[in-house]
Design a protein around this ligand. Sequence first.
Ligand SMILES: Nc1nc2c(ncn2[C@@H]2O[C@H](COP(=O)(O)OP(=O)(O)OP(=O)(O)O)[C@@H](O)[C@H]2O)c(=O)[nH]1
Length: 430
Amino acid sequence: MELPWIEIIAGLVVVAGGGGVVGWIASRRRQRDADDTGGAAGGVGTLERPESDGASQEAAGRTSGTAVIREPGDAGAAVEDRPVAETPGAPAAEPAPGEPTVEEARTAPPLEKPAPVAGRLVRLRDRLARSGSPLGSRLLAVLSRDSLTENDWDDLEEELLLADIGMDPATELLGALRTRVRVLGVREPSAVRELLREELVALVDNDAAGRPMDRSLRLEPADQEGTRLPAVVLVVGVNGTGKTTTVGKLARVLVAEDKSVVLGAADTFRAAAADQLTTWGSRVGVETVRSDKEGADPASVAFDAVARGRDEKADVVLVDTAGRLQNKAGLMDELGKIVRVTSKVAAPSEVLLVLDATTGQNGLTQARVFAEVAGVTGIVLTKLDGTAKGGIVVQVQRELGVPVKLIGLGEGPDDLAPFEAGEFVDGILG
Ligand SMILES: Nc1nc2c(ncn2[C@@H]2O[C@H](COP(=O)(O)OP(=O)(O)OP(=O)(O)O)[C@@H](O)[C@H]2O)c(=O)[nH]1
């Protein structure tokens, strides 16, 4: 957008007067908002939060600070009182070092266009087989021996266990394969491979009772007495598993599907997490609701984000949470409160548990605690690129009775794919 010179000069006057670039842009936005609404001012619903603007926001996505939040329908009592990040009319801060100048704001990079969602797993499939020798080639090396001895079947079991498939599923798979190889008299390696593929797909795709698992994300907007409410997705898991990255990537998936999204940075434990999330959002023009205070109440930020999503008529609100596994009671308190408080606006329709595929049995122990505490509805398995442990998909689904819905296959922005059993098995078979 071209800025008239008169506005630039006016802006520089504000800068010289102590308002800073941020203040100048904020006042331009407030002016524009006032024009749009015929000068009407004030908060919406029960949320009293000033519009929070930054230069980067004008340049790309937007960031909302959080303020005092009141229970919906409650005339006075404050549920959470937190420091006000930005206050209308207050002198705007000097631009912080590294903050964009007017010129940088003008020449900000255009919004990114996320890669289409369809066919992502096909595009990323070879990453599953990248590390060393893929599971498939090791299995086939055994399966194509002349006559399979007991030792060979033990070798096969060992390979499956090394791939983290779990004892029971491995025994099940080998039992079925052994029977079919014998009954069909199959010897050709390509035919044995096809049987192995079929057995693996059945194992990955079905629940313990043999029914295909529903992997769709529940993102239907709710309707409450005529008010359209956004679908709320809580993203939970231990720190370092890739939660924030997953929220960022998932926002891109949804943007690619033409959905409007609001992000909630409820991981207030790690200060950089909110910045990280804001950056993810701004790249695709998605707003992030956050608190500028480290250690702020996560439930409060989550509430603000969901209320923002409702007010903005967003399709989906994605809430990133902190992953401290202090103890079960602490976790239960924190996640329980987030669910309770956000449900005052809209209850979460998905609780996605992010698990790091490389952590094996450890990750499973953590997963059980989260599943118990947070009512997990889907798994996101990250870091499946470059690990030979793809079998963890089977084990996790079996243990938790919850489907893997998405998988992370790299650090790139579009390296998150909806899970598809057939493509996945082709990937791990290499
Ligand atoms: N190779 C690879 N790296 C990933 C993947 N997903 C996330 N990561 C990396 O994992 C690291 C941790 O990711 P974060 O998103 O910060 O993890 P987090 O769970 O939010 O961590 P906390 O904020 O500390 O709770 C980052 O370096 C990510 O780039 C993936 O699918 N593959």
